[in-house]
Design a protein around this ligand. Structure first.
Ligand code: SF4
Length: 117
């Protein structure tokens, strides 16, 4: 099977061709070794980051933005979003505040990216 991907690790955006056959993985089109790691992760265990907005308690409907400190396995996106949806941090919220540490044991934190004071 052949997958075609764009490497997202730098602005060059190499077009990668990843061939999997008999448990073997062959990558073509990368201009550096980071592309090899990107391609194998995308094919074997894809990960994603995410961003969301959540309400801040003690305000009249103001929200803060959150993101993850790193990428989580794709199958964890909806469980992590469900945890984020439960958040109601109290004002003040500052950019960089960790709102959930090690969310669902992923090793990744949920971080505020907008200050609300
Ligand atoms: S393979 Fe290397 S050079 Fe190409 S986009 Fe990825 S990181 Fe950049």
């Amino acid at each position: 099977m052949i997958d075609r991907l764009t490497c997202l690790l730098c602005p060059l955006g190499c077009e990668l061709e990843v061939e999997t056959a008999g448990g073997r993985l062959e990558v073509r089109g990368h201009q550096c070794d980071k592309g090899l790691d990107f391609a194998s992760e995308e094919v074997l265990r894809p990960k994603r980051n995410l961003a969301a907005s959540i309400p801040v308690a003690g305000t009249d409907g103001r929200t803060t933005a959150v993101r993850l400190s790193g990428r989580v396995p794709r199958e964890m996106i909806f469980p992590v979003l469900a945890e984020i949806a439960k958040l109601r941090p109290a004002i003040p919220v500052r950019r960089g505040d960790v709102l959930i540490r090690d969310v669902l044991g992923t090793g990744v934190d949920v971080i505020a990216t907008r200050t609300v004071v």
